[in-house]
Design a binder for this molecule. Structure first.
Ligand code: ADP
Length: 439
């Protein structure tokens, strides 16, 4: 990047200098030519004055070797030339400056002299019987530029050095803050405005990464907690089962007690298998991404669940009151079944004897609402936020006595996510609870 900035600045300076040199060379060389001719005209006037005073002997006395003086008669014959032998010179009648001077009294030209092998400026004036011509070597344009434009070259060198320094400083100013960004606190590095969007993006990415990291840590914490909870939940029934089984195996148990022991083993084994079943349901709800969704008639599902739980309800003489409209939703059958089953199951488990359960299904402003209301023990306000956590129980012994695994509402929570539904709980201690699901 630094090299790029440097080369851009240097190329720019070189281009500008080249352009200035070309433009100034063009205008300078035309000014230079005009000046040379004016000077030559002045010198010619002086030579004429000297010639008029002193005739040809003046011309012979001219010592300036850079000035060539030629005296030509009106026919073009060279009478005198201070640099060449006039007897060997050809007729000059065809020379441009001669022709012009003969016609108009004055003529100029610039031309390559084949006799002296150089380019000359010529100025010629007509006198009474002759034409006097002075000429001077015309320096080459490159030579003129080299000799006269040297201040420009010095400026160019200074400019190139300055631009290298400027490029270096500029690129350092741009690049250094980027190289030294403190990734821990990106927004504290705001050295110049243009870098701000980059810093904001880095900050956002950093926050995103931190959030992801936190989520990963939380997930692993939750998984760890879940594993230890599961082992704990399995350990208790296993102890009970192995304890009773051992007593029976040792023959310590009286015949009259075997039935009771057998029932205890059976009930603990059932609790274990229910626990394993619930764990499998949760991990399926958590791990599966593409749940098959179909159009479901919720009324049919509710009726089937109530039927399957009727024996449990009868044990406590809990009565159902159903108010079910024909409502359909698009959802995943198994998860919706588990969701409603757990709500109704809890409404029985945590109800009082001779209690009542009211289940309503209705459509309210394009939403299907399912409510399960019981007349049970209710849930304390401070526990309402936590009952959907895995293995969270308000009253541990009551949950276990009624065969609860502590996973019912966690399954409900996951089923809600799978089916894009929400839940609201209203509860009053000793009066009952209402779970309202909006699909
Ligand atoms: P459990 O298997 O213990 O019933 P859940 O996840 O289904 O586990 O419920 C978590 C806790 O929420 C229960 O232990 C209970 O304390 C409370 N709870 C759930 N439903 C009700 C209800 N209808 N009435 C009173 N308490 C309830």
């Amino acid at each position: 990047m630094k090299r790029k900035i440097n080369s851009v600045i240097i190329s720019l300076v070189v281009c500008v200098i080249t352009l200035i040199t070309i433009v100034s060379s063009i205008s300078f060389s035309s000014i230079y030519e005009k000046n040379e001719i004016i000077e030559l005209q002045n010198e010619c006037s002086l030579v004429i004055k000297g010639y008029e005073l002193d005739d040809i002997s003046y011309l012979e006395s001219i010592e300036d070797s850079s000035l060539r003086v030629t005296l030509i008669d009106l026919e073009g014959n060279v009478i005198f030339d201070n640099q060449l032998d006039e007897s060997e010179m050809e007729n000059h009648a065809s020379r441009e400056e001669f022709k012009e001077a003969k016609e108009n009294g004055y003529g100029i030209s610039k031309r390559y002299s084949s006799s002296l092998l150089k380019t000359f400026y010529y100025v010629a004036y007509k006198l009474d019987n002759n034409i006097i011509r002075v000429s001077k070597v015309a320096d080459s344009t490159l030579y003129i530029l080299f000799i006269n434009l040297w201040p420009l070259y010095i400026v160019a060198i200074v400019l190139i050095i300055c631009s290298i320094l400027l490029g270096f400083l500029l690129s350092k100013k741009i690049v250094d803050p980027i190289n030294n960004i403190n990734l821990e606190h990106p927004l504290e590095n705001n050295k110049y405005k243009e870098i701000e969007p980059l810093l904001i993006r880095i900050e956002a990415q950093k926050n995103e990464l931190m959030k992801e990291n936190e989520e990963v840590l939380n997930a692993s914490k939750v998984r760890q907690e879940f594993t230890s909870n599961v082992s704990h939940e399995l350990k208790t029934p296993l102890h009970v089962i192995s304890g009773y089984a051992e007593l029976i195996k040792e023959g310590i148990v009286k015949d009259s007690d075997v039935k009771e022991f057998g029932e205890k083993i059976y009930s603990e084994a059932s609790r274990m298998s229910k626990l394993v079943e619930d764990i499998m349901k949760i991990s399926k709800l958590e791990s599966d991404k593409d749940f098959e969704k179909t159009q479901l008639k919720l009324k049919n599902i509710v009726v089937a669940i109530v039927d399957s739980l009727m024996i449990e309800a009868d044990k406590k003489n809990v009565k159902f009151k159903l108010s079910l409209n024909d409502c359909s939703i698009s959802g995943n059958y198994d998860s919706i079944y588990s969701l409603i089953f757990n709500l109704v199951d809890n409404a029985i488990k945590y109800n009082k004897t001779n209690g009542k359960i009211t289940i309503k299904l209705q459509e309210v402003s394009n939403n299907v609402i399912l409510s399960v209301k019981d007349t049970g023990i209710g849930i304390p306000k401070e526990d309402l936020d936590r009952i959907f956590e895995r293995f969270y129980r308000v009253d541990k012994s009551r949950s276990k006595d009624s065969g609860g695994t502590g996973l019912g509402l966690a399954i409900v929570k996951h089923s809600l996510i799978v089916n894009n539904a929400t839940i609201k709980v209203e509860s009053e201690l000793k009066k009952g609870s209402t779970f309202i699901v909006t699909f």
